[in-house]
Design a protein around this ligand. Structure first.
Ligand code: COA
Length: 255
């Protein structure tokens, strides 16, 4: 069983995180598989719509912290950045269905989706600062655009968990759907998109995204450089050690 399941049915490519024993934490290998799948979806006429999802009760706990320590990204060609690049360049509609926790990149990837559905039990978190890191996926640009500056600052500076209702109010989510209907609902929406004329759909998505694309690339690059630098900072080392040792981090002795 792969950690990223890929099912192409009725012209909908469904990509599902499937690594329940680690709360669907995403490894470099998984980022690589996702990047490849999204790039391929762009050029494959058999794919009209992409749907990203997790498992009932968990979307993803974000970057795999252990894997990040053992296999850190070193540059723009690293799998995590290849994934983010592929995500921002996907020309076909991208729908997300979120149940349970969506941590870190689990929330920032939603900023690149066209339609997002979440259950009342969905929980979102951008804990980068708490890990001694900085935002990624151009979230420092896109989140204030979508949610407004004050909300974005609250989410990124405090890094606290927020609810599906808060995500809806902030504009991160299109609708809240009961968990037993989530997948069916998201697939139903994806199916509607499949029935729309493909060329017009693609052009419309391009028109929506194009004005921001070069800015997104620049911001992703700037964030990526800082992210890689912060990964080896004393702050991140303390945060990661605390996670692995299952204790609260102590940043009080660091500048
Ligand atoms: N990276 C690596 N391992 C992770 C992980 C992650 N992001 N998220 C969960 N895991 C592991 C846990 O260490 C645990 O491993 P163990 O069974 O060997 O102890 C296992 O997955 C189950 O997680 P657990 O913490 O027991 O589940 P929980 O329901 O109590 O809490 C979370 C779930 C997601 C709240 C918690 O695991 C967490 O805070 N994870 C880190 C999230 C994070 O900071 N992500 C990085 C964003 S950049």
């Amino acid at each position: 069983m792969h950690n990223v399941e890929q099912v192409l049915e009725n012209r909908i490519l469904q990509l599902s995180f499937n690594r329940l024993e680690r709360k669907n934490a995403i490894t470099a290998e998984m980022y690589g598989a996702l990047a490849q799948a999204l790039d391929k979806a762009n050029s494959d006429p058999a794919v009209r719509v992409v749907l990203m999802t997790g498992q009932p009760g968990i979307f993803t706990s974000g970057n795999d912290i252990q894997d990040f320590l053992e296999n850190p990204p070193t540059g723009i060609q690293s799998p995590v950045f290849r994934f983010l690049d592929a995500l921002s360049h996907l020309e076909k509609p991208l729908v997300a269905a979120v149940d349970g926790l969506a941590v870190g990149v689990g929330t920032t990837l939603l900023l690149h989706c066209d339609l997002v559905y979440a259950t009342p039990e969905a929980r979102f978190q951008l804990p980068f600062v708490n890990l001694g890191l900085v935002p990624e996926a151009a979230s420092s640009l896109l989140l204030p655009q979508i949610a407004g500056y004050q909300r974005a600052a609250e989410m990124l500076l405090l890094g606290e968990v927020f609810s599906a209702e808060q995500a809806l109010t902030a504009g991160l989510v299109n609708a809240i759907v009961p968990s037993h209907q989530l997948l069916e609902h998201a697939l139903g929406i994806a199916h509607k998109l499949v029935e729309r004329p493909a060329q017009a759909l693609r052009l419309t998505k391009c028109l929506l995204k194009q004005p921001y694309l070069s800015q997104i690339e620049q911001v992703m690059q700037a964030e990526g450089e800082l992210f890689i630098r912060q990964l080896t900072s004393p702050e991140a080392k303390e945060a990661f050690a605390a996670f692995i040792e299952k204790r609260k981090p102590d940043f009080s002795k660091l500048g």
